[in-house]
Design a protein around this ligand. Structure first.
Ligand SMILES: Cc1cc2nc3c(=O)[nH]c(=O)nc-3n(C[C@H](O)[C@H](O)[C@H](O)COP(=O)(O)OP(=O)(O)OC[C@H]3O[C@@H](n4cnc5c(N)ncnc54)[C@H](O)[C@@H]3O)c2cc1C
Length: 416
């Protein structure tokens, strides 16, 4: 059986690996010149075993307060876009307490499976992705956020990760680089047994191993349509006229998945959520943190790689245009400097933007579609690095008819 995986981000490369491991012939088709060059390139790097969806009961109120604020953690650019309106109404419907609880449980189950799978795969293959196992400290600014720390601690415990609540003084004790910033926070939650690593290095390393195991990679090949014959996916049509034949197609094209699905009349509730990151060389500065940090209020994720410090986050709903907002870039850099004034060589900061493939409920879309032979592995939103390996494994299990590691119903397209 020959399977085409459409997209060589972390999600597509992981799917290709597990499909090949299951004994299938696999071809990956990727528009860019190599693996992991879109949203998987400079993300936050956090392997999050206990994150929830963006759609939460307090978000509608915040959204109204944040409208028009250029540095808001979630910025909705009001404009006439039917896809955004449809997506936005579904997102709001997922902000109820019951939907939030169900989505958090489904995301948590996949994150736990996937984070463990990622660590095992990295260790087995010896992929060098600048893993930092010093732990993650989440910082809370308001009483309401601090109250939520107890829930997060429970979710971490479900993932087998012990977490410790710390007060202001505890923040600076845990991470001396936060000494100046600590008074701005009410407290924190430190999970020692959690890690960050460079998603792009992992994706490129796994793609190398997959190629050696027999996966064919076609870079610089842009798909324009999924070829369907007699109601069944039969391959992929490329720009330039060639059609690559296959017995099955896995759509793993991140934020661009709904555009390709449209070629066969399939509507996917995936909308791009633009995010920003800034990476600075530490270059011998003595104020870089040893551990990873999350600022819950600003929705910013800090990771320390070997000799680089990165801060990533914020969400802007503004379509597929990747043009960055200079104001948002400046705000992200300013927040990083405020956290770690001596953290790195800020004059050499490198800015980046990526488009998270967001579903309204935060769960990815995994599994079958109404078109036989067309499978989904997309819509991983803000957690694609964390969920890629577990998703790849689950989709490979479904395609090959093996017992799935998790109940796939929670991630099926049929829920919409
Ligand atoms: C600022 C930011 C911070 C983040 N931080 C984290 C984090 O800390 N932890 C975490 O778990 N996740 C994080 N994420 C989310 C994560 O980066 C994404 O969910 C993940 O990268 C999505 O992977 P993907 O493979 O689905 O998409 P992509 O990496 O975008 O890959 C899709 C691929 O499909 C290709 N493609 C598209 N259309 C076509 C076509 N027509 N023909 C051929 N190829 C095509 C693209 O070129 C691309 O390479 C973050 C995201 C952002 C933006």
């Amino acid at each position: 059986m020959h399977v085409i995986v459409l997209g060589a981000g972390v999600v597509g490369v992981a799917a290709a690996w597990y499909l090949r491991e299951a004994g299938l012939q696999v071809t990956v088709i990727e528009a860019r010149e190599g693996p992991g060059l879109e949203t998987s390139f400079a993300n936050g790097g956090h392997l999050s075993a206990a994150s929830g969806p963006w759609a939460a009961p307090d978000v509608p109120g915040k959204l109204i307060r944040w409208i028009g604020r250029e540095d808001a953690p979630l910025l909705l650019r009001l404009r006439w876009d039917p896809a955004l309106i449809r997506w936005g109404l579904r997102f709001l419907a997922n902000c109820t307490a019951s939907a939030h609880a169900a989505n958090t449980a489904a995301i948590g189950a996949l994150c736990r499976l996937s984070a463990a799978e990622t660590v095992a795969l990295r260790d087995r293959l010896g992929i060098a992705d600048e893993t930092n196992r010093a732990g993650v400290l989440t910082l809370y600014t308001t009483e309401a956020e601090l109250a939520g720390a107890a829930d997060k601690r429970t979710r971490l415990a479900e993932a087998g990760i012990a977490a410790e609540l710390v007060d202001r003084a505890g923040i600076a004790r845990l991470e001396p680089a936060l000494e100046q910033a600590a008074p701005r926070y009410l407290g924190g939650l430190f999970a020692a047994d959690t890690e960050t690593s460079d998603c792009h290095l992992f994706t490129a390393g796994l793609a190398d191993h997959a190629a050696r195991a027999g996966v064919a990679f076609r870079y610089g090949a842009r798909a324009v349509a999924i070829a369907v014959e007699a109601g069944r996916a039969r391959g992929v049509a490329l720009a330039g006229g060639e059609t690559v034949a296959a017995d099955a197609v896995v759509l793993a094209s991140g934020s661009w998945s709904p555009l390709l699905a449209r070629s066969v009349g399939l509507g996917l509730p995936v909308y791009p959520g633009k995010g920003y990151s800034v990476t600075v060389p530490i270059a011998g500065r003595n104020g870089a943190p040893r551990i990873a940090v999350v600022d819950e209020h600003a929705k910013l994720y800090v990771a320390r790689f070997a000799d680089r410090l990165r801060v990533a986050g914020t969400l802007e709903l503004a379509g597929w245009d990747k043009t960055p907002s200079a104001a948002r870039q400046a705000a992200t850099l300013a927040k990083m400097r405020a956290l770690f004034p001596e953290g790195g060589d800020y004059a050499r900061a490198v800015h980046w933007t990526g488009l998270r493939p967001m579903t309204p409920d935060g769960r990815p879309l995994l599994g079958a579609t109404p078109i036989a032979g067309l499978w989904l592995d997309t819509g991983h939103g803000p957690l694609g690095w964390t969920m890629a390996c577990g998703s790849g494994r689950l989709v490979a299990e479904l395609i090959t008819g093996r017992t799935p590691s998790l109940d796939p119903a929670a991630y099926a397209l049929a829920r919409f």
